[in-house]
Design a protein. Structure first.
Length: 243
């Protein structure tokens, strides 16, 4: 009888411990985002890319195996994810080139992150192929996290992709074709100022800021207007592998 009486009390005691663990997990991610080891230029872009909010939305957790696709030389997400994985007992895998596979065992990843790359894959005719690889790499229940420059709905991907944009419905259809289920979408990285009408595509905007030096013929007045837009309007999607 005494054990029965104490059981609810034990559960109550466990709740603050769980809350404390969650607080520590959040603190590790906040520390990775706020770290001064991140380049100053990276941290200056947080106002546009919302790293803490985006990673939380995607479901990043301590101890996960996270695969980032095409992190790039600057490694904007890598500079957060790799230290976070090290601090929480997780694994970070950067996949720079995809030739026949991702280089990780199938069914081993908790989260695959794809940031600002899908327009390139459409131009290269590889969207379906790569989505299939991401699906295979993830564990059942694993997450495909997508951040992508967003074209207007109804836009022809053959026209929009070379400018850096594809529609949200294009990405959803490609992911679902591979077997993913759309878990949730967010407007964390939306930018209503971006009308997508730029002389040199999305690369006219910050942070690339193409100008006459790169063959993009814009005036100083136009440059000021594009800078005022900020970074692109972006979709933020979370897909899940059933299981």
């Amino acid at each position: 009888m005494r054990l029965t009486a104490l059981a609810p009390f034990a559960i109550v005691l466990a709740l603050p411990l769980a809350a404390c663990a969650q607080s520590q997990e959040d603190a590790a991610l906040r520390a990775a985002v706020a770290s001064e080891t991140r380049p100053e230029a990276d941290r200056a872009r947080d106002v546009f890319r919302h790293p803490y909010e985006s990673l939380t939305f995607w479901g990043l957790e301590p101890g996960q195996t996270v695969v980032e696709i095409a992190p790039g030389a600057a490694g904007w997400w890598r500079n957060i994810l790799e230290p976070y994985a090290g601090a929480t007992g997780g694994t970070y895998v950067a996949v720079d080139r995809i030739q026949g596979g991702l280089g990780v065992p199938e069914g081993s990843a908790d989260l695959v992150l794809v940031a600002r790359s899908i327009h390139n894959w459409h131009v290269a005719g590889r969207t379906d192929d790569l989505m299939g690889m991401f699906f295979a790499a993830l564990k059942p229940g694993g997450v495909l996290a997508v951040e992508q420059h967003r074209a207007a709905e109804g836009a022809d991907a053959d026209v929009s992709a070379p400018t850096g944009y594809v529609s949200e419905s294009y990405v959803i259809a490609a992911a679902e074709k591979a077997g993913f289920v759309l878990d949730e979408r967010s407007e964390i990285n939306a930018n209503a100022k971006d009308d997508r009408d730029h002389p040199c595509g999305v690369w006219t905007l910050p942070p690339v800021r193409r100008g006459p030096e790169q063959g993009c013929q814009i005036t100083p007045e136009q440059r000021a207007g594009f800078d005022a837009i900020g970074e692109s309007d972006r979709m933020t999607l979370r897909f899940r592998k059933p299981g």
